[in-house]
Design a protein around this ligand. Structure first.
Ligand SMILES: C[S@@+](CC[C@H](N)C(=O)[O-])C[C@H]1O[C@@H](n2cnc3c(N)ncnc32)[C@H](O)[C@@H]1O
Length: 255
């Protein structure tokens, strides 16, 4: 994969995966009543649409936005400056597993469309010790919604994301990683079309005029076509988790 061409395609887009401000807020509402995080990490934040919603929803929180692509972090820093919340939003150019971070650093870890990059199980294992007792994690993950998807969809995703699991498979992973599942829901099609694929398709059209045919543009367009044909049988699911009591005892922050 030509990583540079992929970043060129995604440059300037508001989102790098399906999602929406209303969807982020819906997941926030699923956190425990009265939950008031002081330290939040947004892993694989991209240009930071979710980071901004988190910072605005929790005015007493400091939010660390983590990504490995500096231009996205710069885009977010500009947005935080413009919104007057730069004092509470910091950007970190590091891998989302955050090795070496103090245990118990965060009350809330957020990850929209990014946990898959290291693998959900790996991500949950890496993030669990970073949570304080009572801490929560919310992330979105691409999953099969149908038990019997059409062969074309199966073949496509087998190639692109062979680890794609079912809704239930991901619930099982979360529970065996030491979390209670507070809630989960499927992201609406508008989060794919209005928020992600329409701006992406416009960007593809511009780059095709400027640069002609390229593998990265073809791949992106194939993905969009796949969703228009088979979107009902797969989708993104938001999972909202809390450390279960047993795990919370283990990862309690030293006094
Ligand atoms: C699919 S995008 C999702 C971005 C954002 N959460 C959104 O929904 O728009 C995944 C993001 O993870 C970043 N990324 C890739 N590997 C990473 C890693 N190991 N650690 C941190 N970020 C990573 C990419 O630069 C990209 O911004």
């Amino acid at each position: 994969m030509d990583k540079e061409a992929l970043y060129t395609l995604h440059s300037g887009l508001p989102r790098q995966s399906p999602g929406g401000d209303a969807t982020t807020r819906r997941a926030i509402e699923m956190l425990p009543k009265g939950f008031n995080p002081r330290a939040i990490a947004d892993m694989g934040c991209g240009p930071g649409m979710s980071t901004m919603v988190l910072a605005e929803s929790f005015p007493e929180a400091a939010v660390i936005a983590v990504d490995t692509h500096q231009p996205f972090l710069d885009q977010l820093a500009d947005a935080a400056n413009a919104a007057g919340i730069a004092d509470r939003v910091s950007t970190v150019n590091r891998s989302m597993e955050l090795p070496g971070e103090e245990p118990g650093s965060f009350d809330l870890i957020w990850a929209e469309g990014s946990a898959y990059l290291v693998g959900v199980e790996t991500a949950l294992d890496a993030w669990r010790p970073l949570l304080r007792a009572g801490g929560c994690i919310a992330y979105t993950e691409l999953v099969w919604l149908s038990a019997d998807p059409p062969e074309d969809a199966l073949n496509y995703w087998q190639e692109v994301y062979p680890d794609m699991n079912t809704v239930q498979g991901n619930l099982d992973i979360a529970r065996s990683a030491g979390f209670d599942v507070l809630d989960h829901f499927v992201l609406p099609p508008s989060d794919w079309w209005d928020e992600y694929y329409s701006p992406l398709q416009r960007r593809i059209n511009i780059l095709r005029m400027e640069e002609g045919i390229s593998e990265v543009l073809n791949n992106a367009e194939n993905e969009i076509n796949m969703y228009s044909l088979f979107g009902g049988c797969y989708g993104y699911v938001f999972y909202v988790l809390a450390l279960n009591t047993r795990t919370a005892d283990v990862s309690r922050r030293p006094a």
